[in-house]
Design a protein around this ligand. Structure first.
Ligand SMILES: Cc1cc2nc3c(=O)[nH]c(=O)nc-3n(C[C@H](O)[C@H](O)[C@H](O)COP(=O)(O)OP(=O)(O)OC[C@H]3O[C@@H](n4cnc5c(N)ncnc54)[C@H](O)[C@@H]3O)c2cc1C
Length: 457
């Protein structure tokens, strides 16, 4: 199959881009590994009840998803992109088989992942991310049984706590780890709060909701630890401890760079958001002629900005494929860019307020950094002392990042631990270089790949 535009990721970015690209006459294919459209924020929104405990901001995804269903674009759920050729060939895995699709342009809209929170005990059964708890709620109405504690910082932490409370499973505590110095740093960005006041109002409403639900919010928590022998038994911090059956950790989200790194696109270390992100221009164009990147996988900006960035990338694809002219692109982009300024207004404030503590970025020696291979931060430091200069060398020395996640989880930790050990900026260290398959696929899937027709038919 050959299409004009292939889009990877059916979140706000990918859906908005798909709908607009199809409207502009592009033969568009949207691929996502989830069973239904919505991405992270609107995951499984089509199955939600009108009075869903997930709240109005979640249900706000319905019109976007409905527009996708009503549009002309092809949508392939439950399909994983496991390889992309810079020339435009995508390898897709679905239903135990694999196939190749040719695209004249590709838009990566693979979204964000939660930042790893490597505290002592974070690999114990009973410890998950807040996003994982939210996924269970969104996809299966599942809530934790027993005493749940949420710990970390950022809007998603409070949102998940509130959603669990509304679903009838209020956490027994929310432990907020925001370093005190962050409040001062955030105060320098209050100028953006007027333009971003609707986001601010939503944040304040969440905190008020937690209070109303009677959830204890403890601020200034340091030295967070998950405690237990075979599984989680409690959560401890400097000066306190609480018995718990579940601990849901969260410290913000970072771009999902798995595919953009594998494509060897230039990436930069974002000092404000403390993460790697691909270098893109204002339309999402990258160093590869056929490939654009937009939405949270190019830098965290939230769902509203993601949809706008998706539309900008769709306009650009339509220009490059000859469907619209330069004047039309500029005219249609103007309104999107104005809205983008408003969507981004609160970002510097949020980035400063919820800047992760150094201990989260660079854990002590005894803490596991690479979960797949059970490599500690201390082992990474020892590899550096033996001469490893970056994540790819550390991977070769001690297998850190060589497991099924291919550095998706440990990569951000390894970069910082290595940089600190060498005493150089993280940007100089470089990131992991994942390889295809981007996500594990079976040999059977590969074997099921449709054979290329030979030149003789
Ligand atoms: C776990 C989690 C939960 C979140 N929940 C909320 C929330 O409730 N409210 C909120 O305001 N923000 C939430 N966010 C932030 C949210 O991700 C963004 O604001 C917004 O969804 C970004 O939109 P996007 O389209 O760029 O990416 P996403 O919405 O993340 O969509 C990306 C899509 O790409 C797909 N994908 C990735 N790789 C592949 C591949 N190789 N093959 C096929 N498909 C692939 C994923 O399945 C996903 O559906 C959450 C983030 C995370 C990580």
């Amino acid at each position: 199959m050959t299409v004009d535009l292939a889009i990877i990721g059916a979140g706000p970015t990918g859906i908005a881009a798909t709908v607009l690209a199809a409207e502009l006459g592009l033969d568009t294919l949207l691929v996502d590994e989830q069973d239904s459209p919505g991405g992270q924020i609107y995951r499984a929104v089509e199955r939600a009840a009108d009075r869903s405990p997930l709240g109005a901001d979640y249900l706000a995804g319905r019109p976007l998803v409905a527009a996708l269903r009503a549009g002309a674009a092809r949508y392939r759920p439950a399909t994983t992109v496991w390889h992309i050729d810079p020339d435009g060939a995508l390898s897709l895995a679905a239903d135990g088989g694999s196939e190749t699709v040719e695209a004249r342009r590709i838009l990566l809209a693979a979204g964000a992942i939660e930042r790893p929170v490597p505290i002592p005990g974070w690999t114990l059964p009973g410890v998950m991310t807040a996003g994982a708890a939210q996924i269970l709620l969104k996809t299966a109405d599942l809530v934790p049984e027993g005493r749940a504690v949420l710990a970390g910082q950022g809007p998603l932490l409070y949102l998940a706590a509130l959603q669990l409370a509304r679903a009838g499973a209020p956490p027994i505590a929310v432990l907020e780890t925001t370093p005190r110095a962050n409040y001062l740093a955030a105060a320098r960005h209050v100028g953006g709060l007027w333009a971003g006041r609707s986001d601010l109002d939503r944040g304040l409403a969440m905190l008020a909701g937690l209070r109303r639900a009677g959830i204890a919010l403890r601020r200034g928590v340091r030295g967070l630890r998950a405690v237990g022998r075979e599984r989680l038994e409690g959560v401890a911090w400097d000066g306190g401890e609480i018995a718990a059956d579940h601990l849901f950790l969260h410290d913000g989200v970072v771009p999902n760079t798995q595919i953009s790194l594998a494509l060897q696109l230039p990436h930069q270390w974002d000092e404000a958001q403390l993460c790697w992100r691909p270098v893109v221009d204002e339309w999402g164009r990258t160093g590869l002629a056929k490939i654009a990147v937009a939405g949270d996988c190019a830098g965290i900006a939230g769902a509203g900005a993601a949809a706008l960035l998706g539309r900008l990338a769709a306009l650009d694809a339509a220009l490059l494929l000859g469907r619209i002219d330069e004047r039309t692109r500029r005219r249609r982009a103007r309104r999107l860019r104005n809205a983008l300024v408003r969507e981004r207004a609160i970002r510097p404030f949020l980035d400063a307020l919820y800047r992760p503590a150094e201990a989260v970025l660079c854990p002590p020696d005894e803490v596991i950094a690479c979960r797949c291979e059970e490599i500690t931060a201390g082992q990474i430091r020892r590899a550096v002392r033996l001469g490893a200069q970056g994540p790819n060398q550390v991977k070769a020395f001690i297998r850190c990042g060589m497991g099924p996640c291919q550095g998706r989880i440990c990569g951000p930790i390894a970069s910082v631990v290595i940089a600190r050990a060498l005493g150089v900026p993280v940007g100089e260290i470089g990131a992991h270089r994942p390889r295809a398959p981007y996500k594990p696929i079976t040999v059977g899937t590969l074997a099921g790949m449709a054979a290329e027709p030979s030149p003789n038919g």
